[in-house]
Design a protein around this ligand. Structure first.
Ligand SMILES: Nc1ncnc2c1ncn2[C@@H]1O[C@H](COP(=O)(O)OP(=O)(O)OP(=O)(O)O)[C@@H](O)[C@H]1O
Ligand SMILES: [Mg+2]
Length: 319
């Protein structure tokens, strides 16, 4: 059976393909353009870069787009894959066979002490010095490369590593930017949508790009199942009200449960809330950040408490 709304869903198809389609974070993009454009004119590779920001902000996407803008081969490693200096040496020696390479290292804060030192030498020069059976060996890399370190936790990266990179920090997205990200996803999927449908999704995304992408995919799935030709406000409203149970502020049922508990307790520590919600503290912190941004809770020296808006909201729900 065909899909009436058309389109196709492969993860790679819904990611922007060009830097000009990277939505928002204008200041960060201006700095990236400066590094790339100057390097292109000089026929060099740009300096090493650190892309910093919380989960789902577009760090990996930006690294991919930098590589594609430079027409460079793109490699991505998770820092935890580098267990010994030899792992770095082998990866870099292999990679440096390509003329232009961007080597992205995800979760760069997870590099251990010995791999950090080897990485430093790779950032520092066109060679890697590594410890081979007790002897220091230097290996020359044939072509220049740009390393992009990515992390959600800037403060856990070894400072000398970070200081050798141009730092690019990705900020949260506005409601309009989240709507634009949604619009871009529908466009790349090749499906019809209304502006209002994108705005509804943008409003509920809490300033996070990945959340907007998830909701856009959910809307696309619902349109496919319902056999409609266009993603409009009615479809998106149905998605949020009846399926995802996300209210007009972007709050999910578990967020509302959390507000209800804080309301009953007056103030509460994160530990108390984690055990009452039966949820790991880290999860709860993400939820909490969202509720702080939505102006529903604050953190005082006594613990978490509801703001005036939070209290009004809880009252409106009769909790
Ligand atoms: N500025 C943006 N414009 C358009 N799409 C974006 C933007 N930022 C992120 N996205 C989309 O949001 C999703 C998440 O982005 P990405 O995977 O790059 O985040 P990340 O910061 O690397 O997250 P993590 O820390 O979890 O690895 C992707 O589908 C990406 O295409
Ligand atoms: Mg990533």
């Amino acid at each position: 059976m065909g899909n009436p709304i058309g389109g196709h869903l492969y993860m790679n198809d819904i990611r922007p393909k060009s830097l000009k389609d990277f939505v928002g974070n204008i200041d960060a993009i201006k700095r990236v353009r400066l590094l790339i454009d100057a390097a292109k004119i000089r026929g060099e590779m740009p300096p090493h870069i650190a892309i910093l920001g919380p989960k789902g902000r577009g760090k990996t996407l930006l690294a991919e787009l930098i590589a594609s803008e430079l027409n460079a081969v793109f490699y991505i490693f998770n820092a935890t894959a580098f267990k010994t200096p030899r792992d770095i040496r082998e990866s870099f020696a292999y990679i440096s066979l390509h003329e232009k390479t961007v080597i992205a290292i995800d979760e760069a804060h997870a590099l251990n002490k010995t791999t950090t030192n080897t990485m430093l030498s790779a950032l520092e020069s066109k060679s890697i010095t590594w410890n081979y059976e007790g002897q220091l060996v230097t290996e020359h890399l044939i072509y220049p490369h740009t390393v992009i370190l990515m992390t959600t936790d800037e403060y856990r990266i070894f400072p000398p590593l970070l200081s050798r990179c141009d730092k690019i920090y990705l900020r949260p997205y506005t409601t309009d930017e989240c709507a634009k990200i949604t619009y871009g996803v529908f466009g790349r999927l090749g499906v019809n949508c209304t502006k209002e449908a994108c705005i509804m999704i943008g409003r509920r995304s809490g300033g996070e790009a990945r959340q907007a992408v998830h909701y856009a995919r959910n809307a696309y799935d619902l349109a496919t199942i319902k056999g409609v030709f266009k993603i409009d406000e009615n479809l998106v409203k149905y998605l949020f009200d009846k399926i995802l149970l996300v209210d007009k502020n972007g709050l999910q049922s578990r967020d509302i449960e959390l507000l209800g508990i804080i309301n009953k307790l007056g103030t509460a520590s994160i530990g108390t809330l984690a055990s009452m919600m039966d949820e790991p503290i880290n999860n709860l912190k993400t939820r909490e950040n969202f509720l702080i941004k939505a102006n529903m809770i604050t953190i005082s020296s006594y613990g978490r408490e509801l703001t005036k808006d939070g209290k009004e909201y809880v009252r409106s729900l009769g909790l």
